[in-house]
Design a protein around this ligand. Structure first.
Ligand SMILES: Nc1ncnc2c1ncn2[C@@H]1O[C@H](COP(=O)(O)OP(=O)(O)OP(=O)(O)O)[C@@H](O)[C@H]1O
Length: 571
């Protein structure tokens, strides 16, 4: 499917290749004719015509080469652009599970290295391959036409070259394969270590990590050196055989000229063709590796593109209204990330329009998994989840997600200003509206005190926000998006009391008349909630408001007691 748009360009390049090959093959032959037919006869006019033909050939060949180079470069750029676009677009519709299974380093390699290798295939390998084969065939045909004997003499060394080439290239191929595999490990290791650098430093593992890196780096170095050494032996040996061939030619050809069995022009043309012959031969041996590498990359890219997303839009989607009420029902939902290792077991609850619901439970109980399901980051295996009475699997993903706002524990910050980060893709929202929203929930001061206020650059090279500031920013994102359902994944990290209070009051403000789900780590956050769902090992073990649950003196009561050690619980 991808080759189609490039077919015309490729065909044009091949056409030009034909002209270039003919021109380069014809040049020595024209000189031969000049020597044998015109110089000998002192035919000035004939020589002039030949000179003009020679000049035109060089001119046409140069023009063709110019257009061919450009066409190939364009093709290459199209290939890179299209494939990068396609791969990135594909990544953006993949489910979260895909990113968990594929290390980031590997995915980055797809978009960079593999796409580059494909570019090589289209912009270099195919055309050069055709060119080299045509030149070889052309040379052999011309040589045979001029003198069969001389051709056979020149080609005495060909079988040896074939064996040497075959042997070297096999060794080289193995080395290159090893080199690629080490490079891939090196990249994955690098990506993992760079993102986990804080943990490495915290646990003083720098030495250990460095040792492993050195090991991989050294392996890569050794494989790279091996490749260089092999190449440095291979290339001169082919050159050597080329020269042997030339020596044979001078010896036998010279004698034949003296004997007048072969013309001087023929020997002259042969010396050119022999030299010309070994160039494409060397190139051809490389093509094999390039094709292999490109095919391996193409295979990886297509494999990636063919990996179908598992979370997909329904064939006949139902439309959610512009504004949903926010009734959420989990109807006997079972969910496992893997096989039948159930993380949620027969979870059954209803959240009514405008309610604030807290979800609590020990770590690993399945709280976050519930959120992943509401958003359809994952699909449940059994049971039905519905929003306003519509099964969420029957709704377009975008339609569903635009109604649900999530305030995450650790909001992801993109490179850009505070304004950009709050606005995200709601381009119609003005700066003034953002400031107004921040003022409405009393968190404006947190942003206006940054070095350039809301215009402060964040991200890789910008200011780093604190955990509290990030959460407040996440709040504003949700406010601007104005989703009908709000989910708060409460921060486990301790944010300072001032930010905490700001978060709490902002939350109270935002949850008014809006279905709100809070994953609570600090139980104090949800004391006022209409309903609290208590999860234990994936099952709902209790449900009710704070007072009712305390009275039950069961799991929730224990959780509260654990969190309030030393304090007396008010029932
Ligand atoms: N992406 C995932 N792939 C496989 N298993 C996962 C994944 N995410 C979570 N789990 C597993 O699912 C179970 C529930 O995890 P979940 O994150 O829902 O718990 P939680 O109650 O939110 O925990 P915490 O309070 O620590 O955030 C855990 O046993 C966890 O190991």
């Amino acid at each position: 499917m991808f080759a189609k748009p490039y077919r015309k360009l490729l065909f044009f390049s091949l056409l030009l290749t034909g002209f270039i090959v003919i021109a380069s093959l014809a040049q020595p032959f024209i000189i031969k004719v000049a020597i044998d037919s015109y110089i000998k006869m002192n035919d000035y006019q004939g020589m002039m015509y030949l000179g003009i033909i020679y000049f035109l050939l060089i001119l046409i060949s140069s023009i063709c080469t110019y257009f061919q180079n450009n066409t190939l470069q364009f093709t290459g750029q199209y290939v890179i652009y299209d494939f990068r676009q396609a791969v990135f677009k594909h990544f953006s519709v993949m489910q979260m599970d895909f990113f968990r299974k594929n290390p980031i380093g590997r995915l980055v390699t797809r978009i960079t290295h593999d796409v580059e290798a494909l570019n090589q295939l289209y912009s270099q390998v195919i055309v050069n391959l055709v060119k080299e084969v045509l030149i070889l065939i052309g040379i052999i045909a011309l040589m045979l036409y001029m003198s069969v004997k001389l051709t056979l003499i020149c080609f005495l060394v060909i079988p040896i070259i074939a064996i040497v080439t075959f042997y070297f290239k096999r060794v080289l191929r193995d080395t290159q394969r090893k080199l690629r595999s080490i490079l891939s490990s090196l990249l994955s290791y690098l990506a993992e270590n760079l993102s986990g650098m804080s943990v490495i430093q915290l646990f003083a593992r720098e030495r250990k990590q460095l040792d492993r890196f050195n090991e991989l780096n050294e392996e890569h170095y050794r494989a790279g050196m091996r490749q260089t050494v092999i190449n440095s032996i291979f290339n001169p040996s082919i050159g050597l055989f080329g020269n042997i061939s030339l020596a044979l030619l001078v010896w036998y050809g010279g004698r034949s000229v003296v004997d007048e069995t072969i013309t001087f022009g023929t020997v002259y043309a042969f010396t050119h063709y022999v030299r010309q012959f070994f160039e494409p031969l060397r190139g051809l041996a490389d093509r094999f590796n390039q094709i292999q590498a490109a095919l391996a990359s193409a295979e990886r890219i297509f494999e990636t593109l063919e990996t179908k997303p598992t979370i997909v839009n329904p064939v006949q989607p139902k439309e959610l209204p512009e504004k949903v009420k926010g009734d959420i029902v989990f109807n006997h939902v079972w969910f496992a990330y893997k096989n039948e290792e159930w993380v949620l077991k027969d979870v059954h609850f209803r959240i009514n329009q405008g309610e604030t619901v807290g979800i609590v439970g020990a770590t690993g109980a399945g709280k976050s998994s519930i959120i992943q399901l509401i958003n359809r980051f994952y699909d449940n295996q059994k049971g039905i989840i519905s929003l306003d009475g519509i099964n969420i699997k029957n709704v377009l993903l975008n339609d569903l997600r635009r109604h649900i706002g999530i305030i995450q524990q650790d909001a992801f910050i993109f490179s850009g200003t505070v304004f950009d980060n709050i606005r995200l893709n709601h381009n119609a929202v003005s700066n003034e509206e953002i400031i107004k929203a921040a003022k409405a929930v009393n968190i404006d001061s947190f942003f206006s005190m940054l070095p350039q206020g809301y215009n402060t650059m964040l991200g890789e090279e910008g200011t780093v926000l604190s955990a509290g500031q990030k959460q407040l920013l996440s709040f504003l994102r949700a406010m601007i998006a104005d989703n009908d359902v709000l989910i708060l994944d409460e921060a486990t990290a301790n944010i300072d009391t001032e930010s905490e209070q700001a978060v709490q009051s902002a939350l109270r403000e935002m949850s008014k008349n809006r279905t709100t789900i809070i994953i609570a780590h600090r139980l104090s956050t949800i004391q006022q909630a209409d309903k609290i769902i208590v999860l234990d090992k994936g099952r709902i073990v209790e449900m009710g408001n704070h007072q009712q649950l305390l009275k039950n003196q069961m799991v929730y009561y224990d959780l509260c007691q654990n969190q309030n050690k030393g304090k007396t619980l008010k029932i």
